[in-house]
Design a protein around this ligand. Structure first.
Ligand SMILES: [Zn+2]
Length: 206
């Protein structure tokens, strides 16, 4: 496929084990892209989300390898207590810097590097998500501008016109759906059932 650079291009997918980012992996595979999924184990005081995400990433990875296809994978661990205040803002910035660093690394080996962001259709009607993406997009351009000659790196949003329900129904196989993890504030006993992600998940499963 000349349009995506064939074997000379790579797709980096920041992977959280959620529905959207796991959907991106299946989409990239369907398009015969070379995939590098990256999971950031983000430690935050009192939060245990990273423990669940880490577990689900490993379950999904072995399941997909065994039953579907292989893809490259790496992970980083970051402790947000190293930041001045352990807020959401910092976790976004940290993720961006780690992913941009990975993109710069690959830009030396591939003609084209794409970073696939998990933005979905519903985010258009969610002001905080829209703001988040435009912040991410401009920070990404800024990070690129700091590094010498990496104009072959691009931030893309393949699901910007696709709903979460479409990803669930049309992109993820049934056995894979069950292994994804969405909750934003899990408890030791499991998913909270109350956060936006839990509500969204219940809504699309219906
Ligand atoms: Zn939840």
């Amino acid at each position: 496929m000349a349009s995506n650079g064939g074997i000379n291009s790579i797709v980096i997918i920041p992977w959280s084990s959620g529905i959207d980012s796991t959907g991106l992996i299946f989409k990239a595979h369907k398009e015969n892209r070379k995939i590098h999924a990256h999971f950031i184990e983000m430690h935050q005081e009192r939060f245990i989300k990273h423990i669940y995400e880490s577990k689900h990433v490993e379950m999904l990875r072995s399941h997909i390898y065994k039953n579907y296809f292989h893809f490259d994978f790496s992970r980083s661990v970051f402790d947000l207590s190293l930041c001045p205040s352990g807020t959401r803002f910092w976790s976004e910035e940290v993720e961006l810097v780690i992913v941009a660093r990975l993109a710069v690394h690959f830009s030396g080996f591939f003609k084209k590097v794409e970073v696939w962001d998990g933005r979905i259709k519903e985010d258009d009607t969610n002001p905080s998500m829209t703001k988040r993406f435009s912040r991410r997009s401009s920070s990404f351009d800024f990070l690129k501008s700091l590094t010498w000659e990496i104009d072959n790196v691009e931030l893309k949003t393949p699901f910007k016109d696709v709903s979460k329900k479409d990803i669930w129904n049309d992109i993820l196989p049934e056995d894979v759906r069950k292994l994804t993890f969405s909750c934003n504030q899990p408890l030791l006993s499991g998913t909270c059932g109350k956060c936006k992600n839990c509500i969204d998940r219940r809504r699309i499963i219906k």
